[in-house]
Write a protein that binds this ligand. Structure first.
Ligand SMILES: Nc1ncnc2c1ncn2[C@@H]1O[C@H](COP(=O)(O)OP(=O)(O)OP(=O)(O)O)[C@@H](O)[C@H]1O
Ligand SMILES: [Mg+2]
Length: 233
């Protein structure tokens, strides 16, 4: 377990609710969801398909808005921010890993990892130096110049993990980051996420379907009937 009890809260949500309206029907996806993620903490969210896990991550990232409730990232209220401010908060404080790697196909591994730093204004040399260090940390020092098409599925996802950490985010949000990998690669990527969380003091909030991975997390939360419950051991 991480010793995170005394760590500051980096991402919190209070009383989030969200419904989707489809014709006359309302789908109440989130009902009074509360969450506090501490620096360096590793938290898994599990729940059946359609239970609202991706919706919750999108709201926490400011990519979708809740009907009610607040989201604070490093003390700043995302729910009060406009779209530009939310994008800036996301860029500064958050990293993302998706089920599909979402690497840019025309850029090599080094350039992909350097991209968030370049967008944030770093010069090319500084960005690529940090990117090279991150690629070394994910075991891909020898793959810097490979395009995504010249990497294996597991390697692509490790590049995506390195990219998520570029710029020292407070939180990495990951939606089924191992969903497209075989069990061996899934284990490597999830253990990497867990180790890097400690080394970089980054909080990880990870949606996963894979019960065999839950031991990598400090806490497991279960999304059921729109409510986030402690998943137990
Ligand atoms: N834009 C939308 N309009 C209407 N309904 C939506 C919309 N987006 C999601 N939903 C519904 O909200 C519910 C939650 O969707 P969500 O994608 O958050 O589920 P999930 O837990 O991530 O599922 P999965 O494990 O399959 O990825 C689903 O029933 C879905 O059909
Ligand atoms: Mg989903």
């Amino acid at each position: 377990m991480n010793d995170v009890c005394s760590s500051p809260v980096v991402l919190s949500a209070a009383h989030l609710s969200k419904a989707f309206h489809q014709g006359a029907d309302a789908i109440h996806v989130l009902r009074d969801v509360n969450l506090a993620l501490q620096a360096g903490e590793r938290v898994a969210i599990v729940g059946r398909s359609g239970s609202g896990k991706s919706t919750l991550l999108h709201i926490l990232a400011g990519l979708d808005s809740a009907d009610a409730g607040t989201v604070l990232i490093k003390g700043t209220d995302m729910s009060e921010a406009d779209a530009n401010q939310r994008a800036e908060l996301r860029g500064v404080h958050m990293g993302f890993v998706y089920q599909n790697h979402h690497l840019l196909p025309e850029f090599n591994a080094l350039e992909n990892v350097a991209m968030p730093l370049r967008i944030a204004g770093a010069d090319r040399q500084a960005a690529e130096q940090q990117a090279a260090e991150l690629l070394t940390e994910v075991g891909l020092a020898q793959r810097q110049s490979h395009l995504p098409s010249a990497l294996s599925g597991g390697e692509r996802q490790r590049v995506a993990v390195a990219r998520a950490l570029a710029g020292h985010p407070a939180v990495v949000l990951a939606d089924e980051p191992t969903g497209n990998l075989d069990s061996e690669n899934a284990k490597v990527v999830m253990q990497l996420l867990a180790n890097l969380s400690q080394q970089h003091a980054v909080a990880f909030l990870v949606v996963t379907h894979d019960a065999s991975m839950l031991g990598e997390f400090d806490r497991v939360l279960l999304l059921v009937d729109g409510c986030l419950e402690n998943g137990g051991d």
